[in-house]
Design a protein around this ligand. Structure first.
Ligand code: 13P
Length: 254
């Protein structure tokens, strides 16, 4: 399976900063993307068109939105629609990122609506799941992952569910490892990804083994290759270490 290396810029970079980063990446990858890798950037909304323009014509390099509201248009001040993201050049969308859940209070139900709407609108959706430290320490890892996955996937039309593996990607990001420098250990990653894989088999059936599961949380050039080599790790979702082109390229080539 092709490994997906995704950069989540969160709330970083003005347009000139984004343009400089994107030009550097596009120039490097125009010489050839590392074998079997797909690079994805999730910039802030105002940078999407800048990054997408710089990536035009380069293969295995795509752009996504960090979030959207699940409606075509309407009185939703401060929100952005999938059509607006598409118009700016995004083909992917992140849904349910830990910061959306825990900083902005998004519920499993809202995340389920976004998952369904994003897919319906033709996006490739990256659904993020992960437990807090309290949840992990109180033995709720499986219960949390099961709830987050099933609320988002169960409502999808069963005939679509079996064909989701090229349109839905899962990112496992333990909340306690995000931006803390505290990367999950290999055993913890293998355990959680195994749990996600087995829930996916129940939820989507036949194609579950082809659905990519990415790891995110304090990924750096120094640990990327080890994490990518673990069972059921099909890619990485990188925050802080994706902000410098050299560091993102090192992870892409790990
Ligand atoms: P860090 O890589 O900064 O820990 O962020 C992870 C993340 O939230 C990516 O979506």
């Amino acid at each position: 399976m092709q490994k997906i290396i995704a950069a989540n810029w969160k709330m970083h970079k003005t347009r000139p900063e984004a343009a400089q980063f994107a030009a550097q990446i596009a120039q490097e990858l125009a010489k050839g993307t590392p074998e079997g890798r797909l690079a994805l950037i999730f910039p802030p909304y105002t940078d999407i068109a800048t990054v997408a323009d710089a990536f035009a014509g380069v293969t295995n390099l795509a752009v996504g939105g960090q979030n959207f509201y699940p409606a075509e248009n309407g009185a939703f001040t401060g929100e952005i629609s999938p059509a607006m993201l598409r118009d700016a050049g995004a083909v992917w969308a992140l849904v349910g990122h830990s910061e959306r859940r825990h900083v902005f209070g998004e519920s499993d139900e809202l995340i389920a609506r976004k998952t369904a709407f994003g897919l319906e609108q033709g996006f490739k959706v990256m659904l993020c799941v992960g437990e807090t430290l309290d949840e992990r320490e109180s033995g709720q890892l499986k219960a949390v992952l099961s709830r987050q996955l099933s609320t988002a996937i169960t409502p999808l039309d069963p005939k679509d569910r079996a064909r989701l593996s090229d349109r839905l990607v899962i990112a496992y990001e333990p909340v306690w490892a995000i931006g803390t420098g505290k990367v999950a250990g290999p055993d913890e990653i293998v355990e959680a990804h195994g749990v996600v894989r087995s829930f996916l088999r129940d939820l989507v059936g036949g194609n579950a083994d082809e659905m990519p599961i990415l790891y995110g949380g304090s990924v750096k050039p120094a640990n990327a290759s080890t994490i990518l080599g673990l069972d059921n790790v099909d890619g990485l979702l990188v925050g802080g270490a994706s902000l410098e082109a050299a560091s993102f390229l090192a992870i892409l080539r790990a």
